[in-house]
Design a protein around this ligand. Structure first.
Ligand code: ZN
Ligand code: ZN
Length: 230
């Protein structure tokens, strides 16, 4: 990767994104520079662009869903399963970075409630070091607290991108209340969250998976993913 890294930046809400060049950053201990292979457009990105997300301040590199290839690591790094990471590995990561020290992180094991949680592409302006804080960029700097998962190279990054937002959100709801085998599941809305809910419901052995709302095309897609009633 060259010393110049280009990124799409929201300078002003509701205006076209600007392409800006950033200097290749010098990494601090534990940081990982990842070349972005694919980034998703989440519904939240549209809200962000419209200026409707109070967490966001401009200028910002949006994009909280991403898959990429490690370019450089400062120090030793392992993924969430303890596997060593190195340059060239394809990875996905938790879009939310938590402190790992507060009571929610350590005692309750509910890092989504960590008061220090921040999110790539949402919480940090590109004026804030290490500047490459979002996925609509040739590269992103992952903070040392980021939970990273190494991927099989056979996975298509475009297919996997939404797993880091709607996939993770759905997984969390199934952690809170997984369906028992044979139970029926009712899903409101056939968006990406709904689709992931169908897939998880099927994995957990739900008998009836009912989806309501949305367009005919989306509902047909739901059937392909395993919905039994649309
Ligand atoms: Zn999202
Ligand atoms: Zn915490």
């Amino acid at each position: 990767m060259s010393d110049e890294i280009r990124a799409a930046v929201i300078e002003k809400f509701n205006k076209p994104l600007n392409i800006r060049s950033f200097k290749r950053p010098k990494l601090s201990e534990g940081e990982v520079l990842v070349r972005i292979s694919a980034a998703g457009v989440c519904g939240s990105d549209v809200h962000i662009w419209r200026g409707l997300d109070p967490r966001v301040s401009t200028p910002i590199i949006p994009g909280h869903e991403g898959v990429g290839v490690i370019d450089e690591i400062a120090g030793e790094k392992r993924d969430v399963f303890g596997r060593p990471l190195s340059a060239g590995d394809m990875v996905i990561w938790d879009r939310g970075v938590t402190c790992g020290r507060c009571e929610y992180c350590t005692i309750y094991k509910t890092p989504s409630l960590c008061p220090n949680r921040w999110t790539y592409g949402i919480s940090k302006s590109c004026n804030e070091p290490p500047y490459l804080n979002g996925c609509y960029s040739e590269a992103i700097v992952l903070d040392s607290n980021t939970r990273i998962i190494k991927l099989e190279e056979t996975v298509d990054p475009i297919t996997l991108v939404p797993a880091s937002c709607s996939g993770a959100t759905s997984a969390h709801s199934f952690e809170l209340r997984p369906p028992r085998i044979g139970e029926s599941v009712l899903i409101f809305g056939p968006g990406p969250l709904g689709i992931f809910h169908i897939a998880f419901s099927r994995e957990y052995g739900a008998s009836e998976i009912i989806v309501i709302g949305g367009t005919k095309e989306r509902l047909e897609m739901c059937r392909r993913f395993g919905a039994t009633h649309i």
